[in-house]
Design a binder for this molecule. Structure first.
Ligand SMILES: [Mg+2]
Length: 306
């Protein structure tokens, strides 16, 4: 990491008692004595693939690189503890210097890290003649609560989703709030039988949950909460808002299952201040069906990574 950047981060980052050794040494030392529940996830995003650096404020890109990792911790029901950040920086960014770009990326991450009490514990930077790439690895913990997994759904459980779906390309794929508090509550209060976050589109991610739980789902299509952005996008794409909600990627909402009694309570009360909607039922068998098994079968579709 460049000395100027280390200097800048040292003066910017707030201390945390769990971080016993931070920036400036060869590695970070985290206080983990009371924990046997380390949750680790990593995500890589890059210019031209996940965003266009020429068009987007680097702060939003930096924020996103952290937020997508926090969303995966949320999906496991973990609280966030720390992240390490690796930046591969273009030698000639479209605006400003390489150091300014690095600083702006961190400026986007820091408020979100503070919001979720997440330590930025270190990382590495390098520059090259290629495009910007950011790799963030996040560490979280489940504590006493069981982790949320995709494999625990039971026949008769209801399928639920937080927030609203579709149209993330209009901006929410940068600015979404990772559902860490919601996932944590699901885990701590043992409300969900299975859970994941929606990163590649509702149908595609649901197909993954169903595979792990070895079940089928009957979707209540009119119940699926479509976002205002999905409606706005539908005006220009010729698709319906529902089609956007079913297949658009990067909603970063939680998709989870619960008993009918728990589901009714969550739909009525929300979770951690976020709306919850029941969108279907899990049954024995395989596939995703509209209305009933053997009716109209919905094909998993969404964003498939190369
Ligand atoms: Mg995920």
């Amino acid at each position: 990491m460049e000395p100027e950047l280390i200097q800048h981060l040292r003066s910017t980052l707030v201390g945390n008692p769990r971080l016993r050794i931070g920036l400036g040494d060869d590695a970070a030392l985290l206080d983990w004595r009371d924990r046997d529940d380390l949750v680790v996830t990593t995500d890589l995003i890059s210019d031209q693939v996940d965003f266009l650096l020429v068009e987007v404020d680097p702060r939003r890109i930096g924020r996103k690189s952290l937020a997508i990792n926090l969303s995966d911790l949320a999906a496991m029901g973990a609280e966030s503890i720390a992240v390490v950040v690796s930046l591969l920086l273009p030698r000639n960014p479209p605006h400003g210097t390489t150091l300014q770009l690095a600083t702006q990326l961190y400026e986007g991450m820091i408020p979100l890290a503070e919001q979720f009490d997440c330590i930025i514990a270190g990382g590495d930077t390098n520059s090259w003649n290629g495009p910007l790439a950011i790799s963030v690895t996040a560490f979280g913990a489940c504590g006493e609560a069981p982790p949320l997994v995709r494999s625990g759904a039971k026949p008769g459980d209801l399928l639920l989703v937080t927030g609203q779906l579709g149209g993330s390309i209009l901006g929410s794929h940068f600015d979404f709030t990772p559902r860490v508090h919601e996932g944590r509550k699901l885990s701590l209060d043992r409300l969900a039988t299975a859970a994941m976050d929606i990163s590649d589109g509702l149908l595609l991610d649901l197909s993954r949950l169903l595979k792990e739980s070895d079940l089928a789902a009957i979707l209540d299509l009119p119940a699926i909460p479509t976002s205002a952005a999905a409606a706005q996008l539908a005006d220009t794409t010729g698709k319906t808002p529902l089609e956007h909600a079913l297949a658009d990627g990067e909603d970063f909402e939680l998709l989870f299952t619960a008993s009918p009694e728990t589901a009714a309570r969550l739909v009525a009360e929300g979770i951690a201040g976020t709306a919850v909607t029941a969108i279907g039922t899990l049954v024995a068998g395989e596939g995703i069906w509209a209305d009933h098994v053997g009716g109209r079968r919905l094909q998993p579709q969404g964003f498939l990574h190369a």
